[in-house]
Design a binder for this molecule. Structure first.
Ligand SMILES: [Zn+2]
Length: 328
C-alpha cells in the first residue's frame, strides 16, 4: 500500500467527537469533492465524487453523525477517470439545504444566496483547523514515500481554496508553497520533518511515526555514506600523491641520479617504494629517529624538485624521439 493510502486509511478511521470538527471536515470535503447543481428557483443539490471508497465512506459517516443526513453511495465506472471505478454521493435538495446552513454556506438573511467560499467559522478553532486540513488531505492530498522524496501536496480547484490551505499550514508554523498545475493550484511541503508534523496535526499519528522512522534511518544512512566517501577521497588523495612520488623516484633511479641524493632523501625514497600506500605520518614513523609529517613532506618536496629538473631534461629529449613521460 502506498503511504498516501496508508495515511488516508488511518484518517478515515479516526473517531471525531466534536460536532464543530465534523462540520469543519465536511466543509473541506465539500470544497474538494463536492459539486453544486442548480435546479432553478433557488434549488441546489450537492454531489460528492471520489475515487477513494474509504473517503466516500468517511463523507457518508460524517453526514450521518454531524447532521443526521442519510445518504447512499453509488459506484460507477467513468471513462473520464480512465475507466476506473468512482463513488458518488448525491444529496437531495432538502439535505443539501440542511448541509449548507450548517456549513454557513447559506444564510436566510442573504435571501438564500449561496456562499461558495470557505466560511471563516470553519477555521477559527485549532481543533477545527486540523479537521479542515484532514478533510482537504482526504479529498485532494497525497504524500510521497520518504525513501524517495520529501513531498506532500494538496491539489486545489481554485486559488482561494489553495490560499486557505496554505494559510492553515503557515498558522501551524510550517512552510508551504504553491504553484499552478494543469488548471489546479497545488499547495505543497518539501521538508521531511514538516511533512511528518503535518501528518500528526491531521491526526495520522501512526503514519507520522512510520514516516519519522524512515527519516531517521535515511539520515543515518546518509551520514554513514558521507563518512565513507570522505575516507575514500582521502585514500585517493594519498594514493595519487604517493603514486606521483613513486613515479618520480623511479625516474630518478633510471636517470642514474639516485646515488647522488643525500642519505636522508634516499632513505625516505626507499621507504616510499616499499610502502606505496602509507601516509606521510606512517613513513615518518619508520625513520630512525622518527620525524613528523611536515618533515617527511619537506623531504618529498626536495625529491619532487629533483624529479622536475630531470623531467625537464627528459622533455627536451622527447623532441628527439626518445621515450616520453615518466611522470605518471
Ligand atoms: Zn472543532
Amino acid at each position: 500500500m502506498s503511504i498516501s493510502a496508508e495515511v488516508k486509511q488511518e484518517l478515515v478511521a479516526l473517531r471525531t467527537e466534536k460536532n464543530c470538527c465534523i462540520l469543519s471536515e465536511l466543509n473541506a470535503m465539500t470544497q474538494c469533492c463536492g459539486a453544486m447543481t442548480l435546479h432553478g428557483r433557488g434549488q441546489v443539490s450537492i454531489t460528492y465524487t471520489t475515487e477513494n471508497v474509504s473517503v466516500a465512506k468517511r463523507i457518508f459517516i460524517l453526514l450521518k453523525r454531524g447532521l443526521e443526513i442519510n445518504s447512499t453511495p453509488h459506484f460507477l465506472k467513468v471513462n473520464r477517470f480512465g475507466g476506473r471505478r468512482i463513488c458518488r454521493i448525491q444529496l437531495s435538495v432538502a439535505d443539501t439545504r440542511k448541509l449548507m446552513y450548517a456549513l454557513h454556506m447559506l444564510h436566510e438573511s442573504d435571501g438564500g444566496d449561496v456562499f461558495r467560499g470557505i466560511p471563516r467559522r470553519a477555521l477559527t478553532r485549532k481543533c477545527c483547523q486540523q479537521a479542515f486540513l484532514r478533510g482537504m488531505f482526504l479529498g485532494s492530498g497525497s504524500v510521497s514515500a520518504p525513501e524517495h522524496t520529501h513531498h506532500l501536496e494538496f491539489v486545489c480547484g481554485s486559488g482561494s481554496k489553495a490560499a486557505a490551505v496554505l494559510n492553515l499550514i503557515e498558522r501551524n508554523d510550517l512552510n508551504g508553497s504553491m504553484y499552478q498545475r494543469r488548471g489546479n493550484y497545488v499547495v505543497y511541503l518539501k521538508k521531511g520533518a514538516q511533512i511528518s508534523t503535518l501528518l500528526g496535526i491531521m491526526g495520522a499519528t501512526r503514519a507520522m511515526m512510520r514516516y519519522e522512522n524512515i527519516l531517521a534511518q535515511r539520515s543515518l544512512h546518509e551520514s554513514v555514506m558521507r563518512a565513507t566517501n570522505c575516507d575514500h577521497n582521502n585514500t585517493v588523495r594519498q594514493l595519487s600523491a604517493a603514486q606521483k612520488q613513486i613515479g618520480a623516484i623511479e625516474l630518478i633511479k633510471e636517470k642514474g641520479a639516485f646515488d647522488r641524493l643525500p642519505d636522508e632523501l634516499k632513505q625516505i625514497a626507499e621507504l616510499r617504494l616499499a610502502n606505496p600506500e602509507l601516509p606521510l605520518e606512517g613513513i615518518g614513523a619508520l625513520l630512525s629517529p622518527p620525524i613528523g609529517k611536515s618533515g617527511v613532506n619537506h623531504r618529498f618536496r626536495r625529491i619532487m624538485q629533483l624529479f622536475q629538473q630531470l623531467n625537464g631534461d627528459t622533455q627536451g629529449e622527447d623532441q628527439n624521439g626518445k621515450n616520453p613521460d615518466h611522470s605518471a
